[in-house]
Design a protein around this ligand. Structure first.
Ligand code: AMP
Length: 173
């Protein structure tokens, strides 16, 4: 895991002062690292009962699509407002300053489906908590939320009461 972590570049003070941004593009562009990371994540889900994988815009699309392909499942998208062409269900959620919105196609999930949520990174947990609510309101069940990396020192996990969390790589500080 340390080898994979070493492939993620940290950019200090991006997008604003005080934030250490985990830039996963350096891991994604390295064939063996990307392959290994996806294989390790997918391996965990091979024997789990999953109907579909959900990717959160934008880096979650990359992780989610790769996992879905490996697991031989379809992939569905949660996007920022105004991007999805068909009728959508919407969730608003609080950020540190202000609010944000995410959307999903109304027919992306059917009630009772078992969904694996995928994103690149768990920080405060606000985004994934909103996605859990969005698809829970549609009658679907979250099997797990899978992240390539987690900033454990932000305690995002504590915000997620309704679904298990898995992250391949953990940063403690
Ligand atoms: P959060 O809602 O705080 O868990 O933030 C989750 C989303 O913001 C993820 O989809 C990440 O892509 C992005 N994000 C938040 N903090 C960072 C960070 N320090 N480095 C890279 N991405 C981040």
């Amino acid at each position: 895991m340390e080898k994979l972590k070493a492939k993620i570049r940290e950019i200090k003070d991006f997008p604003k002062p005080g934030i250490g941004f985990k830039d996963i593009t350096t891991l994604l562009s390295d064939a063996s690292s990307f392959n290994r990371a996806v294989d390790l994540m997918a391996h965990r889900y091979l024997d789990m009962d999953i109907d579909i994988v959900l990717g959160i815009e934008a880096r979650g699309f990359i992780i989610g699509a790769a996992l879905a392909y490996k697991l031989n499942k379809g992939v569905i998208l949660v996007r920022k407002p105004g991007k999805l062409p068909y009728k959508t269900n919407v969730v608003n959620y609080d950020l540190e300053y202000g609010t944000d919105t995410l959307e999903i196609h109304q027919d992306a999930i059917t009630p009772g489906q078992k969904v694996l949520i995928a994103d690149d990174l768990l920080a405060t947990g606000g985004t994934v908590a909103a996605v859990i609510k969005l698809i829970g309101d549609m009658g679907a069940e979250v099997v797990e939320c899978a992240f390539l990396a987690e900033l454990a020192f932000l305690n995002g996990r504590e915000k997620i009461k309704d679904a298990p969390i898995f992250s391949l790589l953990t940063y403690d500080g």
